[in-house]
Design a protein around this ligand. Structure first.
Ligand SMILES: [Zn+2]
Length: 346
């Protein structure tokens, strides 16, 4: 499970403003950095976590009404939507940044649901290797390897295999997230269509009801009976086949169970991790192209560390062939020490 980072939100907002003042769209690094600040999904994930803690406490005490629980739950859900939208916005930015003028604020303001959906549709279909390389900033690394005279043939082969493995991992990660975000359904013609359905549909269904989507007479009359204090919410509108009348089904998340909350929290953290991995790799690989390889190796090592203890003189579990203390252990130490924001002025 991903660990959450505490973010000093006020400080980051100030830094983001400063970065925007310095904005120059030809400075690729700054564009990414601005997004790293502005779409800080770690902050959002932290808020979701706090809300979840709060929800668990009041559920245990039974002191608050179910309506209050529902509202907190909806806030958590809205964080889920925001974090997944952040990922799509930054993903689009990283993909398209060489082709047009991009201002991170305008991207945020001008992007609409269909842009976000189109990112996930592409992720769902599977990004091409070229696209993943663009998103993750791997081209820089290839350039570096090509020009590095001191590398042996074996080293080049080993780096290339790590790169192709990392491309596969990222492709699958983004595909998995796309699956969470969109739903596949058959339309009347029998064609399979991808729609933005998972979080958006549930959130709007609960928060706003379907009265806008289905403004039938019956729906309107039922809607007036639903108050904010009511736990029962409009969940779905179906058509009664015999009468042709549209009927609202009540219920939805009347019972907010642990499974639903846990899966939402997991998704929030997963979206957030993925986004920050993308940003960090892009940001740091500008300065150290080998960062991509080191970071992916570290991911592998951290997985192994969960399973067993590794001695400092053992061979590193990442497969580099060198001692753990000189490989991922050392990199982790450096990695934790580096302040990514300090390289803004390069
Ligand atoms: Zn290693």
């Amino acid at each position: 499970m991903a660990r959450l980072r505490r973010v000093n939100w006020k400080e980051k907002t100030e830094e983001a403003k400063k970065a925007l003042e310095l904005h120059n769209s030809s400075n690729y690094l700054k564009i990414i950095l601005e997004n790293y600040f502005l779409y800080n999904s770690y902050a959002r994930a932290d808020i979701a976590k706090l809300l979840n803690d709060h929800l668990q406490t009041i559920r245990k005490n039974g002191a608050q009404s179910k309506a209050v629980q529902k509202n907190i739950f909806l806030e958590i859900y809205s964080k889920y939507i925001q974090v997944s939208e952040d990922l799509a916005l930054v993903g689009n930015l990283l993909l398209n940044s060489k082709n047009k003028e991009i201002n991170s604020l305008s991207i945020y303001m001008e992007s609409n649901n269909s842009d976000i959906l189109s990112f996930y549709k592409r992720a769902y279909a599977g990004f091409s290797d070229k696209e993943i390389k663009k998103i993750m900033g791997i081209d820089k690394l290839f350039e570096y390897i090509k020009s590095a005279q001191h590398l042996s043939k074996e080293e080049i082969v080993s780096y290339e295999s790590i790169i192709s493995e990392s491309i596969k991992i990222e492709k699958n990660n983004l595909k998995m997230l796309a699956k969470l975000y969109i739903e596949e359904f058959k339309n009347e013609k029998g064609d399979n269509q991808l729609i933005q359905a998972g979080p958006i549909d549930v959130y709007n269904g609960i928060k706003h009801g379907y009265k806008v989507v289905y403004p039938t007479k019956l729906a309107k009359s039922l809607w007036t009976q639903i108050t904010e204090d009511s736990v029962d919410v409009m969940h779905q509108v179906v058509e009664d086949e015999s009468t042709g009348q549209k009927i609202i089904i009540l219920g939805g998340f009347g019972e907010i169970n642990d499974d639903i909350i846990n899966s939402i929290m997991f998704n929030i953290e997963h979206f957030s991790e993925e986004l920050h991995l993308m940003c960090e790799i892009r940001l740091w690989s500008e300065k150290d192209p080998m960062f991509v390889i080191k970071r992916f190796r570290l991911t592998k090592t951290e997985e192994e560390l969960k399973k067993k203890k590794i001695n400092v003189n053992d061979k590193c579990p990442c497969g580099s062939g060198i001692k753990y203390k000189r490989c991922c252990k050392f990199f982790k130490y450096e990695y934790d020490k580096i302040d990514p924001y300090s390289i803004v002025d390069i």
